[in-house]
Design a protein around this ligand. Structure first.
Ligand code: PMP
Length: 395
């Protein structure tokens, strides 16, 4: 008989639920001919100049640890990038940490600020890692629901209504995963007033900043009065097509950075040396390629929104990222039923909206970071699925 390990497992680990996204990937992995609109990553390979710089750095023997906060040269490039692109000034020496993806940056932020029972407001539908990360840091994730009536945008009033004396921070992600919803400067300014009024910290996940289509991206740290209250999180995964490199960064007030750096040095020591050298090249010489990728996503976004609405799945126009979040309410199916039946009958993988929080029920997330041909075929199949099931137009 195999050993029973349950008494060894920590209560925290025990309470964590597996991500709802995995289940669908496991199901799809065993099937042939599946078109996946499920994954949240670019379909582009990392631009060649970045790969080449990394290969050369390995050849030249850059294989040691770096400073805990990352190579100073990379932090300097990040500082220049943040200043040029988003008009925010950070001192590379004591305000920036290079992390293992935006994922680790989020983990550092929560561990640095949360005491047991502190509440963190999370705007839902939300990236699946947020609530578990807050929970693992000892905090309580508090969901605020958004809906397509307001383009999945959270309002300052909604935030204010969710605040208690335990509220420590707000986590905002704009452009958002999974809805693509993007807050403009005026909307962020309204939210900033609440952050100020209740003396909160903003953890601003700006990982999709480069993929903002209809308006200029505004960093939360650039809003008046917010620089001292913002932990800015960004990285290379999405805009630079570098998901597998696991490189992100934090920019924040020096005092907070020192605390996060302590945690970082004991947990991961530093991000990989040769990959950091690739990231320097990414920031110096990839501007055109990033723009080209963005243009390509924009074409695909427009196609997806138009086709989904045409076949009867209401879809708002997301301002950024590479996801659309259409309603499947008219079909009368739950999000899980829709995703499962679509996968089995038509071999199209999408993510049921409920995995992103309760307010995601009634929606599906489709990533359009796949070729136009695949998208066209996927949409044909989704249309056939709706028509052959005779569920079109049901309430
Ligand atoms: N934040 C959001 C909103 C994301 O969608 C993702 C990746 N899916 C991340 C953070 C994590 O990014 P990274 O690959 O840099 O860890």
């Amino acid at each position: 008989m195999s050993k029973d390990y349950s008494s060894y497992i920590s209560d925290t680990a025990h309470q964590l639920q597996p991500s709802g996204i995995r289940k669908f990937f496991d199901l799809a992995a065993g099937m042939k001919g599946v078109i996946s609109l499920g994954v949240g990553e670019p379909d582009f390979i990392t631009p060649w100049n970045i790969r080449e710089a990394t290969l050369l750095s390995i050849e030249e023997g850059f294989t040691s640890y770096t400073a805990n906060a990352g190579l100073l040269e990379l932090r300097e490039e990040i500082s220049i990038y943040l200043q040029k692109r988003f008009a925010v000034n950070y001192d590379p020496k004591n305000q920036i940490i290079v992390t293992v993806g935006a994922s680790q940056a989020l983990d550092l932020a929560f561990r640095a600020i949360i005491n047991p029972g502190d509440e963190v407001l999370i705007v839902e539908p939300a990236f699946v890692s947020y609530a578990p990360l807050v929970f693992m840091a000892g905090g309580r994730p508090i969901a605020i629901s958004t809906s397509p009536e307001n383009d999945f945008k959270v309002t300052a009033e909604q935030i204010e209504n969710a605040i208690t004396e335990k509220t420590k921070a707000i986590l905002l992600c704009s452009p958002n995963n999974p809805t693509g919803s993007t807050l403009n400067k005026a909307e962020l300014t309204e939210i900033a007033k609440i952050v100020e009024k209740y003396d909160l910290i903003m953890v601003s996940d700006e990982i999709y900043a480069e993929l903002t289509y209809d308006e200029t991206f505004t960093s939360f740290a650039a809003i008046e009065g917010m620089y001292d209250r913002t932990i800015l999180i960004n990285g290379f995964s999405k805009g630079f097509a570098m998901t597998g490199w696991r490189l992100g960064f934090i920019a924040a007030p020096a005092e907070l950075v020192q605390v996060m750096l302590k945690i970082h040095q004991y947990t991961v020591m530093c991000a990989p040396h040769m990959l950091q050298l690739g990231a320097i090249e990414a920031l110096r010489n990839t501007y055109d390629e990033v723009e080209n990728m963005k243009r390509s996503y924009l074409r695909r976004r427009n196609y997806m929104v138009q086709r989904l609405n045409q076949i009867g799945l209401d879809c708002h126009t997301p301002g950024g990222a590479f996801y659309v979040f259409p309603s499947i309410r008219a079909t009368g199916l739950s999000s899980e039923q829709f995703a499962e039946e679509l996968l089995i009958q038509e071999k199209v993988a999408v993510v049921p909206g409920n995995v992103f929080g309760e307010s995601g029920e009634g929606y599906i997330r489709c990533s359009y970071a796949t070729s136009m041909e695949q998208l066209q075929e996927a949409l044909k199949r989704i249309q056939r699925f709706i028509e052959t099931k005779g569920i079109y137009g049901k309430q």
